[in-house]
Write a protein that binds this ligand. Structure first.
Ligand SMILES: *[C@@H]1O[C@H](CO)[C@@H](O)[C@H](O)[C@H]1NC(C)=O
Ligand SMILES: *[C@@H]1O[C@H](CO)[C@@H](O)[C@H](O)[C@H]1NC(C)=O
Ligand SMILES: *[C@@H]1O[C@H](CO)[C@@H](O)[C@H](O)[C@H]1NC(C)=O
Ligand SMILES: *[C@@H]1O[C@H](CO)[C@@H](O)[C@H](O)[C@H]1NC(C)=O
Ligand SMILES: *[C@@H]1O[C@H](CO)[C@@H](O)[C@H](O)[C@H]1NC(C)=O
Length: 230
């Protein structure tokens, strides 16, 4: 029937135009809101909404500990144009779960809040590689390892190491440059490792990593330290 056809067309155009005048809230909503944490340095990061017109957006950040009723404003990131917010000082209870959330404002419109998954610093922080120094004594090599430090001092004003929070296992790898073959030289909890009877007039490179047995996680590898045995 022609009348039905006309009605169908009418409804279609109505739906299309209704979609067209829909407010842009959904598309302004920040995406991929999540904590990124290294050595308990906890940064909230997000991406702009899918709307193409988000240039000039500002963002508002709130956080809370799991179980708390009220969200707290993060004043330093209230109306920020950045796509991150440092929440290290707001997430100091390393065994407690937290949430963060972000809202966009653009040209007088506000998006809905976009929330992170639950974030527990102790479970989720990633360790930096150990700091490696080498001391060469004739044909042996002393490898000194240092665990990464927290971004803040403890109550006594001292640097605090990640060792205070995890059992750490250090792995040291050595490559004989003439053979181009890497071997594990050490795995254990000591931070001073001696590697002996290296071949004279050979070059060696050392790298190290940290392994967390309880979490079955390992750090990236350290920078290489290379030596020439006289
Ligand atoms: C975004 O805004 C800035 C400053 O207002 C302008 O220089 C830039 O060209 C804009 N970028 C886009 C993609 O519109
Ligand atoms: C957060 O900031 C907004 C805007 O300034 C204010 O209305 C609100 O009361 C603040 N919330 C808290 C918990 O301080
Ligand atoms: C965290 O708190 C310390 C000490 O109060 C302060 O020096 C530092 O600037 C704060 N960092 C951030 C990102 O707010
Ligand atoms: C290193 O080698 C020199 C010469 O062979 C020797 O005199 C010296 O005692 C060695 N040093 C160490 C710490 O073994
Ligand atoms: C403590 O940490 C600061 C900043 O990370 C660093 O510059 C300093 O060397 C550290 N001190 C010690 C004793 O490790």
């Amino acid at each position: 029937m022609p009348n039905h056809c006309f009605l169908g067309f009418f409804i279609m155009s109505f739906l299309i135009s209704a979609k067209g005048i829909q407010p842009t809230h959904g598309s302004l909503k920040p995406q991929k809101v999540q904590f990124q944490s290294r050595n308990f340095h906890n940064i909230l990061r997000w991406q702009p909404g899918s709307s193409l017109t988000t240039n000039g957006s500002v963002y508002f950040v709130q956080y809370k500990m799991y179980g708390q009723r009220e969200w707290k404003n993060k004043t330093d990131c209230w109306g920020t144009t950045a796509l991150f917010c440092d929440l290290t000082n707001e997430t100091l209870e390393l065994y407690e779960p937290y949430y963060g959330r972000v809202m966009t404002a653009w040209a007088g419109s506000y998006s809905a809040w976009s929330r992170t998954p639950r974030f527990t610093p102790w479970w989720e922080t990633k360790l930096d590689p150990p700091v490696v120094t080498t001391v060469q004594v004739n044909a042996s090599l002393l490898v000194l390892l240092r665990a990464p430090e927290l971004p803040y001092r403890n109550q006594n004003g001292k640097n605090t190491s990640m060792e205070n929070y995890y059992d750490l296992v250090y792995r040291v790898f050595i490559t004989d440059n003439s053979l181009q073959k890497e071997q594990k030289a050490y795995e254990g909890t000591q931070k001073t490792v001696q590697i002996e009877s290296l071949t004279p007039r050979s070059g060696y490179c050392i790298v190290a990593e940290i392994y967390q047995p309880m979490l079955d996680k390992k750090s990236p590898r350290s920078e290489q330290r290379c030596v020439q045995i006289p």
